[in-house]
Design a protein around this ligand. Structure first.
Ligand code: ADP
Ligand code: ZN
Length: 751
């Protein structure tokens, strides 16, 4: 044995554990597995290890025969009898750490919820009552019935149900705790502490449902998905079905197929759609084997639901983004509903996109993945177009109702006629008034809560765009100029509209808050009950459900809000949807602005006319001929896709390249910019023409909470061409005291 392999560090095979510890260090440490723990330490085990003078928690990420370090300390103890993380989840965490450029420890924290990591949290213990054998025979009970009728009643219940919780027993019989305790003393029954699962849905009654006979388009989609489940060929299916086409029923029957094979599944829905009604559809079909992972649950409930899955008591996990990492046994299917939703992207490190990681987990576990939506992300449809994904299309609604017609109101014409710019056009006013008279409901929708950053001519609809990038320029108030934050171009703010035929001086900054609109609407319709729903009015977690409940109950005439109300809601009495300003999203400095606007208008349109009355959608815009708005009006997804994909290809945007965004921030503006420049100088030589880069330039949100923000944006066909050298440079950079960075791989938004 050479000197490089110290004796202390080698030993019997697999006796060295490589451990990542719960403090933010991008490093793994080797520990010796002592004799008495040999059979307990496994890959994924949670362990307590000595670390300096302290004892800390860690996770075993691999088992080794040898280590490069001499003098290894032994693991102190193992927590629990089962490893908390499976081998695949460890692999997945490593993949995420690599792809999204974060530490393995950060990735582990993402895949393992904190309620499960905390060694303190345990199952809830509740007193249970059970009969002691030999139980009294019937004559003995009858004698007891005369002497102590209450005790006899307790025995009656226990003979029916031999194990029952003490609270339920007392509730059912009306006897007191002390009576039951006295019976325990007489050895008629036994009281013991037993773990119970906290059931987040015990208050909800579910009426069981059975599979519906499928429509032909659903049957075809299901057949395709079943083929994917059985053969993994192809692994991913894009279920492209219009709102109301019956996607959920297809998911349910695909899940049934997976359960028949004694496998489990994960269903991801956007946080905002994860309502009791959504969960109920799954529980109504599959009952208790559905576990819910939701940030609104108490931590005790989350702990128990996680362990129900891990023990195999629950087979289907339903939840938002992070439910992707649920410990489902023998995974057979992952469903990602509303796959186009930006909320699948986590906004803090690791900035992963659950839809994309779902495909990676599917590949690692050998399980099928279904991504479903009415408005596919361009990336997903492209994957289907080039044959990476299978596609199942469901173009018509189950109820055969036609999609509502979108009416476009040209706000330039409106302004001309009225002589001023009103929040609500005459058409929209009249339409709302008609609904009020017919006691039908209206949703008014604002594209974004929005900040006023883009320059728009209210007369001709001209929007200041970067001449190199085809994105709207951002107005910077502090410097009073226009900037493109993709390429860094700077331009002066024109004094009047540059459009030759227009030249109007009334240039303005687009931006209209929900609050302002609420004031206007309330003033226009004095007798109407108007409510606003946005991030500000729903900070309390119940507020969202309360508002929707009131709306459903008909206690609100006009509901006003942002994205929140565009999602998957189904209100039969809503016959009008008004989009107050469709342009707002279009002019954000974002190459996805057109796609987002198209998706949003299509989703919003899906909200109108789900009941017996046909729906109407009115869209107010300054740019009625914008391709995204025109395509939405015609409900023409394919036309939109063809046009948009050509634009992306020409300019080298996703899906033809990955976008990676490095944001630097700090209180000292010059220092932030200088660090950015130094980083760019170092990384640029590391790659050739494959990477298009820009920056550092001031971010569109140039200053947040007193911190200056600069961005460097990279586009490349392969992310690792950028991230590998960048990770290195970031690690080597001497960071000024208060400068921080965030790296976003496959960034969805560049604000
Ligand atoms: P999507 O998820 O595509 O918007 P849903 O799954 O919510 O559509 O279906 C819309 C409505 O149609 C639901 O009320 C659902 O119960 C009903 N539905 C779905 N499939 C069928 C079917 N095959 N027969 C009858 N009703 C169906
Ligand atoms: Zn530009």
């Amino acid at each position: 044995m050479s000197k490089q392999t110290p004796f202390a560090a080698s030993g019997p095979p697999g006796r060295i554990a490589r451990v990542v510890v719960e403090i933010a260090l991008d490093k793994e440490f080797d520990y010796l597995i002592p004799d008495h723990l040999v059979n307990k330490v496994r890959l994924g085990s949670q362990v307590i290890v000595p670390f300096g003078p302290r004892k800390i928690t860690g996770y075993v990420l691999s088992l080794q025969d040898r280590s490069d370090h001499a003098k290894l300390k032994p693991i102190s103890r193992v927590v629990g009898d089962q490893p908390l993380i499976t081998q695949t989840i460890v692999r997945l965490a490593r993949w995420m750490a690599d792809y999204y450029v974060c530490s393995v420890e950060q990735a582990i924290r993402t895949v393992l919820p904190s309620v499960v990591r905390q060694t303190k949290r345990a199952f809830k213990q509740v007193s249970h009552v059970e009969l002691i054998e030999p139980a009294l025979d019937d004559p003995a009970i009858d004698r007891l019935r005369k002497r102590a009728p209450k005790q006899a009643l307790v025995l009656d219940v226990l003979r029916r149900e031999p194990l029952i919780t003490l609270p339920r027993l007392t509730a059912e019989t009306g006897v007191t705790r002390s009576t039951v305790q006295a019976m325990a003393k007489k050895k008629l029954l036994r009281i013991s502490q037993q773990a119970v699962n906290r059931d987040p849905f015990e208050r909800y009654e579910v009426v069981p449902t059975t599979p519906l006979p499928l429509m032909p388009q659903q049957q075809q989609a299901l057949d395709q998905i079943i083929q994917s489940i059985d053969t993994l060929e192809p692994l991913v299916t894009l279920l492209f079905g219009v709102t109301g086409s019956g996607k959920t029923e297809v998911y349910l029957q695909a899940l049934a197929h997976v359960l028949e094979q004694d496998k489990g599944a994960i269903v991801l829905v956007p946080e905002i759609s994860l309502t009791p009604q959504t969960v109920e559809r799954f529980r109504a079909r599959f009952g208790n084997i559905v576990a819910v992972l939701h940030s609104h649950l108490s931590s005790g409930e989350r702990h128990d639901e996680w362990h129900r899955l891990q023990k195999g008591e629950a087979r289907i996990a339903i939840g938002a983004r992070s439910a992707l990492f649920a410990p489902v046994q023998r995974l057979g299917l992952i469903v990602v509903d509303e796959e186009h939703e930006p909320s699948y992207k986590q906004e803090e490190a690791p900035r992963y996109n659950a839809r994309d990681v779902a495909v990676v987990r599917g590949r690692m576990e050998g399980c099928a993945v279904v991504v479903g939506t009415a408005t596919p992300a361009l990336e997903s449809l492209h994957n289907a177009a080039v044959g990476k994904y299978a596609m199942a299309r469901m173009p018509s609604r189950v109820d055969h109702r036609t999609m509502p017609v979108l009416k476009i109101v040209d706000m330039r014409v409106e302004m001309e006629r009225e002589g001023k710019l009103n929040v609500l056009s005459r058409d929209l006013m009249e339409a709302v008034q008609a609904r009020l008279e017919r006691r039908e409901q209206t949703i008014l929708f604002l594209n974004r809560r929005g900040f006023a950053t883009s320059l728009v001519c209210p007369k001709c609809g001209y929007v200041a765009e970067c001449r190199h990038c085809s994105v709207a320029m951002t107005y910077h108030k502090s410097s009073h100029d226009l900037r493109c934050h993709l390429c860094g171009a700077i331009e002066k703010v024109p004094a009047r509209c540059p459009e030759e035929s227009c030249q109007d001086p009334a240039f303005r900054y687009a931006g209209l808050g929900t609050q302002r609109v609420e004031e206007v609407v309330a003033a226009c319709f004095k007798n109407a009950r108007v409510k606003r729903m946005d991030a500000d009015t729903t900070t309390r977690k119940e507020a969202y459900a309360e508002l929707l409940g009131a709306f459903r109950a008909g206690e609100i005439d006009i509901l006003l809000g942002t994205q929140m109300i565009a999602k998957g809601l189904d209100f039969p009495n809503v016959t009008l949807v008004g989009v107050v300003n469709a342009d707002m999203g279009l002019h954000l400095p974002d190459f996805r602005a057109g796609e987002r606007t198209f998706q949003l208008l299509t989703q919003v349109a899906g909200r109108a006319g789900r009941g017996d009355v046909a729906g109407e959608v009115i869209v107010q815009t300054f740019t009625p001929f914008h391709p995204a708005i025109q395509a939405a009006r015609r409900l023409d997804y394919d036309g939109f896709f063809d046009q948009e994909i050509a634009f992306r290809k020409e300019l080298g945007y996703p899906p033809f390249a990955h976008v990676i965004c490095l944001t630097l921030r700090g209180t000292d503006q010059a220092a932030v910019q200088r660090v950015g420049e130094r980083i760019m100088e170092k990384v640029r030589p590391a790659w050739g023409e494959e990477v298009v880069s820009s920056g550092p330039v001031a971010a569109p949100l140039a200053r947040i909470k007193g911190q200056y923000r600069y961005q460097c944006v990279f586009r490349s066909r392969r992310t690792r061409t950028v991230t590998t050298p960048l990770r290195q440079v970031l690690a080597e950079t001497k960071w000024p005291r208060d400068v921080r960075y965030a790296l976003d791989v496959d960034a969805l938004s560049l604000l």
